[in-house]
Design a protein around this ligand. Structure first.
Ligand SMILES: O=C(O)CCC(=O)C(=O)O
Ligand SMILES: [Fe+2]
Length: 557
């Protein structure tokens, strides 16, 4: 069964075509952005907001406009030069208007009806020209942006990051200063196609071989359609509660349409198949220590061991935080596919949070308020095959510094492993049609001595849990002390590439994470220090992945 809800429409921007309509969706009192073929910009405000939103994005909208593509269809060269003219148009806008008045084009004669379509060779040529034109436009945009960045101060002045976004993941990563490292996909081609050994910096003998890996123990399965169905809801809620205590589960019947999943998988896979130079159009900007874009992250020293993977990291929500310079325009449907998947996933997360609130005995609306704007980022990780697969790691052990992660296996290659209580690694098999959900650091609570007893968990006990969020002076509990953020890592396959897309869901930037004073007052044990969400992210982005030690334990008292 699919989750169905009624939406009110407000505003839609089609990134591929540059059309702008108004759509707004509300779902159970919370903004939920969703599209069917369009990118939707959901804002509290009005048309004025829409106008001010145009700034950076307008380049992309115009460069990818249907008008532009039309020109390509007729003349590829004309397309690129028109694109370049557009780039410089703003300076001469008055003159242009005058010219337009004087040289008003006569109306086009009606097109004769065409019965015979172009032959396949012509069509292929047209589509190749169109792709080239889009690539060229993207390169121009990127060069302009780089130039702008070089001339401006590093960090806070990058792209469309304003002061309001100081605590976004992107801003934190910029402040952290990640070091650039070689492209692993290219390195893998060299190593796999010859007898060349994998460079020493990738050899992880101690982790990769010393710890035991067990297969065959499945993680829990939660059915969202059952949660939404009164007949099954109670039983399924109990399952969800248990699953969150374990920290990882497979979510089936999640309601994300098959077509949306299919498209995003297809386009992500296509992006990583592009030649290196084309992917680099969207590279991170090392000069500024940026995290967004194509590259790697979490490398802070020249001697640090490196992961056998490349990534594409994008801020997806709130929509005004998007920096389209880093969003691939190849394949042409990439942006639309990611946007639709982002919107559908945000809906899934809202549903899950409601049920989690019910499981914790917390008012759903108050919990959802912490997630307003639905902050969401995406890390797509590409793990090339490696002849010495057992000696490298695709992604070092870590916990996710967010509230909830939705992981999509872009292809069917297994590689995710989670740390079990006995310290062994468990393989997580991708399940057809499922999303892997994991509890992040923000939803974790330390084990309070109270919860080690057999007392039932209810809202009174929630007050005694150790991890809470303080929003605008009001204390709200995010976890009732039961949920767990589990350490996990990714291994690589000896002869198959693997791709996984993780969507991280954060709380609103103004939120403060910290222990509940009542806990201390009532003689409980406070296990974590209070910290602003901004500092929480800052620390996450400035430490290398090192299991739980790297981040969550930093806040333990
Ligand atoms: O590739 C995977 O399966 C895991 C990815 C992951 O843990 C992450 O991106 O945080
Ligand atoms: Fe992760």
């Amino acid at each position: 069964m699919q989750a169905k809800e009624v939406y009110n429409q407000d505003m839609t921007v089609d990134l591929e075509k540059g059309n702008c309509l108004l759509t707004r969706e509300e779902r159970n009192g919370m903004d939920v952005n969703s599209v069917t073929g369009h990118t939707r910009i959901t804002r509290e405000g009005s048309w004025d907001d829409l106008v001010s939103l145009k700034d950076d994005r307008s380049h992309h909208m115009s460069c990818c406009s249907s008008h532009c593509q039309d020109s390509v269809a007729k003349n590829g060269e004309a397309m690129s030069s028109e694109g370049e003219m557009k780039a410089g148009r703003s300076d001469n806008s008055v003159g242009d208007k005058e010219k337009k008045k004087r040289f008003k084009k006569p109306p086009r004669p009606p097109r004769p009806p065409t019965t015979s379509p172009l032959d396949p060779a012509d069509q292929k040529l047209i589509s190749e020209l169109s792709e080239l034109a889009v690539l060229k436009r993207a390169r121009i945009e990127r060069m302009k942006a780089l130039k702008k960045m070089k001339n401006s101060k590093p960090a806070s002045s990058i792209g469309n990051l304003g002061s309001r976004q100081e605590s976004t993941p992107m801003a934190q990563a910029i402040a952290a200063g990640h070091l650039p490292v070689p492209n692993v996909q290219a390195l893998a081609q060299t190593c796999n196609g010859s007898s060349e050994q994998v460079p020493e910096r990738y050899i992880r003998t101690e982790e990769a071989t010393a710890e035991e890996v067990v297969a065959g123990r499945a993680i829990p399965v939660v059915d969202l359609s059952k949660l939404l169905d009164l007949q099954w809801s109670e039983d399924e809620l109990a399952k969800l509660g248990c699953a969150c205590q374990l920290g990882f589960f497979q979510l089936i019947n999640h309601g994300v349409p098959d077509e949306v999943v299919h498209n995003v998988r297809r386009d992500i896979a296509k992006f990583f198949k592009l030649p290196l130079e084309a992917k680099k159009e969207y590279a991170q900007v090392p000069e500024s220590g940026g995290l967004q874009g194509y590259g790697q992250a979490f490398v802070f020293s020249e001697t640090q061991k490196l992961d056998w993977s490349d990534m594409l990291y994008l801020v997806l929500r709130p929509m005004e935080s998007r920096d389209m310079r880093f969003w691939p325009a190849q394949p042409p449907s990439f942006r639309n596919s990611v946007d639709r998947y982002s919107a559908e996933s945000a809906k899934v997360v809202s549903s899950l949070l409601r049920f989690m609130a019910a499981d914790m005995g917390v008012e759903p609306e108050r919990l959802l308020e912490l997630f307003r704007g639905q902050p969401q980022t995406m890390r797509v990780t590409y793990y090339p095959p490696c002849r010495q697969a057992s000696k490298v790691l695709g992604l070092s052990p870590h916990t996710d510094a967010c509230a909830l992660t939705l992981l999509l296996h872009v292809n069917d290659v297994q590689g995710l492993q989670i740390r079990s209580n006995d310290g062994k690694w468990l393989n997580v098999e991708p399940m057809d049609g499922a999303l892997v959900v994991s509890v992040g650091d923000l939803l974790e609570a330390s084990k309070s001595p109270l919860f080690e007893s057999d007392l039932p968990v209810n809202s009174e006990l929630c007050l005694l849990s150790t991890y809470v969020l303080n929003l605008d002076e009001r204390l709200l509990i995010l976890s009732n002390g039961r949920y767990k953020s589990v350490e996990h890592r990714a291994v690589v396959h000896p002869n198959r590439e693997r791709i996984a897309a993780a969507l991280f869901h954060q709380v609103h930037p103004t939120t403060t994470v910290g222990p509940l004073p009542e806990l201390v007052e009532r003689g409980g044990v406070s296990r974590y220090r209070s910290v602003s969400h901004a500092d929480f992210l800052k620390h996450f982005f400035s430490s290398k992945f090192d299991g739980r030690k790297s981040h969550l334990d930093h806040y333990r008292i």
